[in-house]
Structures are given as structure tokens and as C-alpha cells.
Design a protein around this ligand. Structure first.
Ligand code: ZN
Length: 431
């Protein structure tokens, strides 16, 4: 069995049923299942109430059971049948409601009558149930105005809880790093949840066996938004010093077109490597979106002061496919063929990024070029002068531009730019 099929099956049969959230046992259990495959995965914890930039880690949320019973004692909505039936972070409830009050607590999608929607309320106390529109119509038809329903949400909040995330590092020959981030916080959905972790597992498996990695690879499995904010607040200094790029992975398992959201700069080494990968794989019909269409953790990775220049890599872009955030996002939508396609793009883009030259200036301000014999010591008006090109190169060698990008910026052909790079490297002015 190929490793793609293996991780696909683990996701489909073991991870899929678990009730994950931004905190809680379902997410921890999911991380432990991934750790079984990759013992080097470190599971890290951040306590509830910890301040992370402008946010606070919320209380840990766990659910034992949740249901609605009719007057005959029949469960008409059952969390145990599908965890999407319960709104994420629902507060505990134990009461009897009439039909109208019950329907007020129910969410459904009229235009997708068979789909159970996914809802959450992480930062405001609330509870609710999600059902398909057809199921809601049934309840309306079957029960009378005065019928009563027993509603139970057996959830618990722990003020001394934890937010868990997973991290795995594959050391390369250089300390310079590439970050691969995927989120783990959604309950039973396949594309917008498990496809990212499946592709990450495939990548870990592939790169652990690849010899002589040029750079270090860092994989993280984090709860979306609060997890990336928490991770960045703990690791920003290290990332800013060592990261040359990376990718946020989401919705990579369907068989539709490939797509991606550019990093905020739009021309980072990671953006370039991705476009090169599509080209090499002869994928012509991919869609690209500007950073204005951001949606997942790339929002945090590219924000001012963080500036890690990380694009979002997907097949169908989150919220642009019909099944998104509903029970229809399942393993009929996500196939091994879809995952393979997502994996191939990510693998090649990372392989290109591992080799990409991203020059970094080693001195502050302009170096004194004349003492190195790199500058004409007689200052006089002149036309073309290679020393001017050296200075131009050094201005853009900030560890964020690839050699290709610098060549464009300094309006100099690639071969000469490359020669300039090796010359400056020899003089230890860049690395
Ligand atoms: Zn989502």
C-alpha cells in the first residue's frame, strides 16, 4: 500500500469521526494518532488564559453528549451520530423547550437541503444545534405547536485547560528553514480539515527519507487562527531569523482545479517556487488569488511585523466549494487521487524552495567596497559601472528576495546577477 493510501485511510477511518475543536480531547487525540506514525512529532501545550498578542487562549471545551429528544423519548438530533449537529463551543444545557423555542436554536441551510452546516461560537457564550433543512422541515411537519422537547448539551469548560499543537522538525544542512503549517481544529469534515494533515503526513514521510536536505523543514499542526497566533507569539524571533518561506496547507484533497493565495508581497520565494512547480507539473488551469482573498492562517503569517511571506496552498479554495463547512465535505469529495495531486504540488514546490538562492546581506548599511577592491576609488560621473550593480544587489539582498526576483529588481539579466551573487559571497558580503 502506498503511503498516500495509508494516511488517507487513517484520516478517513480514525481521524474523521473525532470531535476536534480549537482546544479539547478530540484535537489532542488526533495529534496523538499522527504521532503514532511520526514519533518525532512533539505535542506542545499552551494553558488557557495565556495572553498571545491581542488574544487569550480560551477555556478548554469538551463534550460528552448532546441531543434533542421528543416527547416520546426518541432522539431526533444526536451528536453521537454526527458531531456537526452541535455548535462548536456550545455551553451546557439541560432543559425542556417548546417547538418554537427549539427551532430558534437550530441552524440549517435552505439552499443546501441535505447538508448539516458547521457552526462555532468560540468567543461568545452560546449553544445551538445544526441540522439539514430537510430534517428541519420534518420536525416542523411532524410535531405540534405545543409539543415539548428535552434538550441536553453535556459540555464542559475547563479554565485550567490547554490548547495543543504538534510540531516536527526535519533537520537539513542549513539552519535556514521552511515552514509547513496545517490546521487541526475542525470536527468531521474531510477537505476543510483532514486533507491538510494528510498531505502534511505524506510530506513528512517523503522528506524524512530524502537524503541531504538543503534546508530544515518545520511542520506544524495547529488550531486555525488562535493556534497560529499562539505559535507566532512563542516562536516569532526564531522564525524571523531563520525562515525563508513556507506554505499554509488547506483543502488539498478534492479533484477540482489547483489554487493558491499569494503571500502579501506577491513575489516571495515561496510564491515563485509554487508557480514553478505548477509549470513543471504542466498544471495550466490553476487559479491564483491575491492576498485580499486570504482565508486561513496565511492571514497571521503575513501580517505586519510578522511578514513571513507564506502563501496558502489548496485545490478548491476554502469557501469557494459548495460542500465547504457542511457535512457534505466528506470522503466522497476527498479522494486519494485528489490528495496525490495536492501532495505532488506541495512536494515539488518545497523541493524547489529548498534549493532556491535567497541572498542575505551580511553587513548593515552599505559596506565599504573600496577597501575590498570592489569600488572605483576615483569618484567621477560615469555610465555603466559594475560597482553600481553590486550596490543595487546588496540593497535587495534582504533574505526575502530570490536571485530571480533580485535580477528583475536591479534590471540585470539572471546570469550576471548570479555572477554578482557569487562574487559578493566570496567577499563575505552576502550569504
Ligand atoms: Zn474551515
Amino acid at each position: 500500500m502506498s503511503f498516500i493510501k495509508k494516511y488517507y485511510n487513517i484520516a478517513k477511518y480514525i481521524l474523521y469521526p473525532l470531535c476536534r475543536s480549537i482546544t479539547g480531547k478530540g484535537t489532542l487525540k488526533s495529534l496523538n494518532i499522527i504521532k503514532k506514525e511520526f514519533p518525532k512529532l512533539k505535542i506542545k501545550k499552551i494553558p488557557s488564559k495565556t495572553k498571545v498578542f491581542d488574544w487569550t487562549i480560551p477555556k478548554e471545551w469538551n463534550v460528552k453528549d448532546a441531543y434533542v429528544k421528543d416527547k416520546f423519548g426518541k432522539k431526533i438530533i444526536d451528536f453521537k451520530k454526527n458531531n456537526l449537529h452541535l455548535m462548536g463551543y456550545s455551553t451546557p444545557v439541560n432543559k425542556t423547550l417548546n417547538k418554537r423555542d427549539l427551532l430558534n436554536k437550530i441552524y440549517y441551510l435552505k439552499y443546501q437541503p441535505n447538508a448539516i452546516p458547521y457552526t462555532t461560537s468560540y468567543y461568545k457564550d452560546r449553544w445551538g444545534f445544526n441540522i439539514s433543512y430537510n430534517q428541519k422541515k420534518n420536525i416542523e411537519k411532524k410535531y405540534k405547536k405545543n409539543d415539548t422537547f428535552k434538550v441536553a448539551v453535556k459540555s464542559k469548560f475547563n479554565l485550567n485547560g490547554k490548547l495543543n499543537y504538534g510540531e516536527l522538525v526535519i533537520k537539513g544542512q542549513s539552519k535556514k528553514e521552511i515552514l509547513i503549517s496545517t490546521y487541526i481544529c475542525h470536527p468531521s469534515m474531510a477537505n476543510d480539515q483532514l486533507s491538510g494533515p494528510i498531505v502534511s503526513m505524506c510530506l513528512i514521510r517523503y522528506f524524512q527519507k530524502r537524503k541531504k536536505l538543503e534546508r530544515t523543514l518545520r511542520f506544524i499542526f495547529i488550531p486555525e487562527t488562535i493556534g497560529s497566533i499562539a505559535y507566532l507569539s512563542k516562536n516569532l524571533k526564531h522564525l524571523k531569523k531563520n525562515l525563508i518561506g513556507g506554505y499554509a496547507l488547506s483543502c488539498l484533497g478534492d479533484e477540482k482545479n489547483h489554487s493558491f493565495v499569494f503571500s502579501k508581497s506577491g513575489n516571495s520565494p515561496s510564491d515563485e517556487a509554487l508557480i514553478e512547480a505548477y509549470k513543471k507539473l504542466k498544471i495550466k488551469n490553476y487559479k491564483s488569488f491575491s492576498f485580499l482573498h486570504r482565508g486561513s492562517d496565511e492571514r497571521q503569517f503575513n501580517s505586519p511585523g510578522i511578514d513571513l511571506s507564506i502563501p496558502l496552498l489548496c485545490r478548491s479554495k476554502p469557501n469557494l466549494f459548495n460542500e465547504y463547512h457542511t457535512s457534505l465535505d466528506n470522503f466522497k469529495l476527498v479522494t486519494t487521487k485528489g490528495i496525490r495531486g495536492g501532495f505532488e504540488v506541495a512536494k515539488l514546490a518545497i523541493n524547489i524552495l529548498l534549493k532556491k538562492i535567497v541572498p542575505e546581506n551580511l553587513v548593515l548599511c552599505e559596506p565599504q567596497m573600496s577597501k575590498r577592491g570592489l569600488y572605483n576609488t576615483l569618484s567621477i560621473k560615469r555610465n555603466f559601472d559594475i560597482s553600481r550593480k553590486y550596490m543595487d544587489f546588496l540593497q535587495y539582498a534582504d533574505g526575502k528576495n530570490s536571485l530571480e526576483e533580485i535580477s528583475k529588481k536591479i534590471e540585470t539579466n539572471f546570469n550576471l546577477t548570479k555572477k554578482i551573487y557569487y562574487k559578493l559571497k566570496k567577499f563575505r558580503l552576502v550569504r
